[in-house]
Design a protein around this ligand. Sequence first.
Ligand code: 13P
Length: 290
Amino acid sequence: MRARLDHLVVSALQQGAAVPAFTCYDFTTALAVVEAAEEAGRGAILLVAPKTAATPNGLRLITALRGLADAASVPVAVQLDHASDLRVIADAVAAGADSVLADGSSLPYEENIALVREARAVLAAQGHADVVIEAELGGLAGDEDRAFGADATGSSAQGTAGLTDSAQVEYFIARTGAQLLAVAVGNVHGKYKGEPQLRWDVLQDIAVRTHIPLVLHGASGIPAEELVKAAAMNVGKVNFNTELRTGVLATLEAQTGSYRADGENLQGLLGTWNASAKGFAAGALSTLTR
Ligand code: 13P
């Protein structure tokens, strides 16, 4: 069923839980996530990468995800992830995304604020003032679509790292009107170099300065014992991508040969893809509601 992303996340936090968000490059993965959410009786978020949304086929995928989300028996939101291009934001929302991460985290502070405000203005002008906006303060190392080792100090293939400055949080939220805030607290996109070292002290400092839900990106590789602590720090949304891909690719690698031998059985192979993604989503849903 359709759900406002902020309401979904706030209601999970009220129950001491967080909502997992999963990057979906394709419909098979999205079907698996929604099935897992329905079986768990919990809400979930389908994320669409900006590179996906920048293509005509990606916009069609968003429209298909919109239909899938609306028909689900649990609340499901469709979010455009990490977008800084106003045209992509406008197109994704017109195609069916109900929330957007307007991501100016690689820009200087005031320009970050300006980007989020412009995104809001563009959406309002298009008749979509109700779209939920997440903003990001602090930079995450790593690539969003391809996993290379990164550490939170910035020695990554791409991107600038920097912990969220908690002193900037209140003004940033007041000026942007963001409904959720993505934070940089030692988390990275992709694979961690060594063990993840989450800065719970920084997260705590941020959490006391705002009532809006916080978002933890780069959850792949963070142990479940750490993730379960997130909701207590007002982290109501936790984003997963790399680990989902790892599971699907390993499954395809291991099983493609036997499905080819079984009469080019693509339908069967897609079934194992579904099972891999669904198993991962079920695990994340269970961890975040512990
Ligand atoms: P990972 O690929 O590290 O899980 O990060 C996902 C993410 O934050 C999507 O926004």
